[in-house]
Design a binder for this molecule. Structure first.
Ligand SMILES: [Zn+2]
Length: 745
């Protein structure tokens, strides 16, 4: 029995790429299902009470897929198949759970914990596909189903976790766990079950359980609304221009992609700049026209505040209040305290400390960067003060001046297929011995999706990997990884995982050339994929990326380091038309500019993280807050209010924390970064890109899933606890240069 992951949002980052696994996030708000593998027959589905379920053997989810590793049969799946399968899946799991709860024998690990691990096969099968498609390729039918089903899934989870007979059986095993002769994985699984039940409210009195159920219902509705409103707002917020001169500065490829985007919306003869998830928009680095930059910035930052049907402010206000109330009911002073209790950080104080300790160095460096840009503006007789919509543009100019580095010089060396096969896959081969073969015969949900079979070092087939890299209007913003099937030895399932991103799709016939950020994103998401594919655990609940949120970004951010490894880089950074390697001078420039603009990147990330903590440490009973005023006050309180650097996500489009599973956990990226920089340092100390190093990392970290406390797992790998030293050096925050204007920071 595993929690159904909710949506995963994230975005390509100057500051590392968030990717959201919603695992166990708001546990009570996620449904409970799990992967029973390739069972020969599907357990009987209980008939629907009204007899109109319409779920029969004709439904492609009825039985386990017969495709390799139970890959979803996308050639057969239609929108209309999801709802009956979801509902049948819930009915089936509830009846299975009832049998476990009412078992006539005294509770044992097998008849209770393992039995629960065996429930919800059908629900998991359909939900995982539904979850993937509604994030990556949604439509109005799927959105309506999502709105219908989200509260039902929340009620379903509650029906399991608030089942008192079931909880008493779990508690009996938990209380006796030391004397039952369990192995460490079984003992850890038992503890996790017990804690999950308690965190979901199993110990509450009946009246409080009723109140909790109502809050969970409401939250699931609000978060689904948020996701769908944000998608509409992001699409509707795109900047439309009718004169290509206004796009002066963008590459020819970007301009024709903008024309294609307009065509796709029936706006032939116009140009559309789609919004990215983040506050800052990539096009701002190149757009020469200052007022167009300003328009794009305003479109981005106000996308969800137009007072129309896509406005999210009422959702934000109510969600913050509701979560505080839920935490109180469960015995915690704030939602943050509740959310972090089962994380590596443990407390909001520990998480905030990591963030606030970095604020002085980050803002000092950001002010230094701002002063450099102001000097440039003044020297060009600009006659204006640096505004947030100018930052990317002048940063790019400073970059060109100081490092003579221009994104358009780099891109031709980052053709997507080359980066994937000769970069991402190549590094995985050098470190872990993996090889890959494209499979055109496995059905996909959109023609852009590619499938690869993955082979282990001994040549044995081990997993399927799907890649869906290009931006579409039907796709949520950002980049993420998730799975269709989780690895589990109990059921003999092999991993079927996928990566999704939002890289600009080239105009027809043109090569897909990536930015350096995109390349980093690709390595990042593939790091999550490795975590899923190397999983070697018995129980589904502990499989792969089912680890605390502040640990889950560790394998992905760790994998980013290989993008710039000299051997790996030389293997993929080749000109798309000439095949020539990137000239060494240009490589050196990229390396030299690594800490460039890190004051900005760190500051906008810290601002968003602290905003997240501010919302989620509101005491229960606080009246609803005015969103904009709350945001301004919080940033000031944390000494991170810089008018030129708004938070990476403003509250009203912060998908990580409202629908996403990163509520009170956006700090997790930085927390994981401490680990990934420190772990990479271990590789540096031991000869870098070597098979034996990769094998050790795989054995001690990547294959372990959530089978033990992550702090002890890390300590075993590193030989000590992590420290922040390597991160400070990587981000260039060790020695902040003097402000050129002479101001003391
Ligand atoms: Zn990630």
């Amino acid at each position: 029995m595993r929690p159904i992951p909710a949506k995963s949002f994230s975005s390509p980052e100057p500051m590392r790429n968030p990717r959201l696994l919603l695992i166990a996030a708001a546990f009570a708000a996620s449904a409970c299902a799990h992967t029973l593998a390739a069972p020969v027959t599907t357990p009987p589905v209980q008939p629907s009470p009204d007899g109109t379920s319409g779920f029969s053997a004709a439904n492609p989810f009825y039985a386990a897929s017969t495709l390799q590793y139970q890959a979803p049969p996308f050639d057969k799946i239609r929108d209309a198949d999801f709802q009956p399968a979801l509902e049948a899946g819930m009915r089936q799991q509830l009846s299975e759970i009832e049998s476990v709860a009412n078992h006539k024998d005294a509770p044992t690990f097998e008849n209770t914990i393992v039995a629960m691990e065996s429930t919800g096969v059908l629900l998991t099968r359909v939900y995982k596909v539904f979850n993937a498609i509604t994030a990556a390729n949604t439509d109005s039918t799927l959105q309506r189903i999502q709105e219908d089903e989200a509260p039902k899934l929340a009620a379903h989870t509650d029906a399991i976790y608030l089942n008192d007979r079931l909880f008493r059986r779990v508690k009996t095993i938990y209380d006796g766990r030391v004397t039952l002769g369990l192995n460490p994985e079984q003992e850890f699984l038992t503890e996790l079950y017990y804690k999950n039940f308690v965190r979901a409210g199993a110990q509450l009195a009946e009246a409080d359980k009723t109140r909790l159920r109502a809050l969970n219902q409401e939250e699931s509705k609000l978060t689904t609304d948020f996701q769908n409103r944000l998608l509409a707002a992001t699409k509707g917020g795109a900047l439309i221009v009718d004169d290509p001169k206004l796009l002066d500065g963008l590459s020819e490829g970007d301009i024709s992609a903008a024309a294609d985007a307009a065509k796709a919306r029936g706006l032939t003869g116009k140009w559309v700049l789609r919004l990215q998830n983040t506050t800052q928009q990539p096009a701002q680095a190149s757009l020469k026209n200052r007022s167009v930059r300003e328009r794009l910035f305003i479109a981005s930052t106000t996308r969800t505040e137009h007072g129309d049907s896509a406005d999210t402010r009422d959702l934000v206000k109510r969600l913050a209040q509701l979560r505080a109330d839920r935490a109180k009911l469960l015995g915690f002073p704030t939602f943050s305290a509740y959310a972090l209790d089962n994380q590596m950080a443990k407390t909001p104080d520990a998480a905030s400390k990591l963030l606030t300790d970095l604020v002085p160095a980050a803002t000092a460096r950001a002010r230094y960067e701002a002063a450099q840009m102001q000097k440039l503006i003044d020297s060009q007789k600009g006659g204006f003060k640096l505004a947030p919509w100018d930052w990317q543009y002048y940063a790019e100019q400073v970059r060109k001046a100081q490092y003579a580095l221009d994104e358009s010089q780099i891109k031709p060396y980052f053709e997507i297929d080359n980066v994937l096969r000769n970069g991402v896959f190549f590094a995985a081969n050098k470190l872990y011995g993996l090889t890959f073969r494209e499979r055109k015969d496995i059905p996909v949900y959109h023609p852009d999706v590619r499938v690869f079979e993955v082979f282990d070092a001994d040549g044995k087939s081990m997993a399927l990997f799907y890649a869906d890299y290009f931006k579409r209007d039907e796709k949520s913003g950002g980049a993420w990884m998730d799975s269709f099937v989780d690895q589990s030895r109990l059921y003999g399932t092999k991993p079927v995982v996928f990566n999704v991103a939002n890289f600009t799709k080239p105009a027809a016939g043109q090569p897909a050339l990536l930015s350096h950020n995109d390349v980093t994103t690709m390595f990042h998401e593939f790091g999550h994929a490795l975590h899923g594919m190397f999983s070697n655990v018995q129980y589904p609940l502990l499989s792969g990326t089912n680890v605390p949120r502040d640990f889950v970004e560790f394998p992905s951010q760790f994998n980013e380091h290989w993008a710039l490894d000299p051997t790996v880089f030389a293997n993929y950074a080749k000109h798309y038309s000439t095949g020539q390697p990137m000239p060494q001078a240009l490589v050196d420039k990229i390396k030299k500019s690594k800490t460039f603009n890190q004051g900005f990147a760190t500051t906008e990330y810290l601002a968003a993280s602290l905003l997240d903590i501010a919302w989620h440490t509101l005491p229960p009973g606080t009246p609803q807050q005015d969103v904009d005023a709350f945001e301004a006050t919080a940033l000031k309180r944390y000494n991170i209010a810089m008018p030129e650097i708004p938070p990476r996500y403003r509250s009203t489009y912060f998908a990580h924390i409202w629908p996403g599973g990163y509520a009170s956990s956006y700090y997790a990226y930085l927390w994981s970064e401490v680990l990934d920089d420190d772990a990479y340092q271990w590789f540096v100390e031991h000869g870098g890109l070597k098979r034996q190093n990769g094998q050790r990392f795989r054995d001690m970290v990547l294959s372990r899933g959530g089978t033990q406390e992550v702090a002890s797992l890390y300590r075993a790998f590193r030989g000590r606890d992590p420290n922040v030293e390597a991160l400070l050096i990587e981000r260039g925050l060790k020695d902040v240069p003097q402000d050129p204007m002479g101001k003391k920071q």
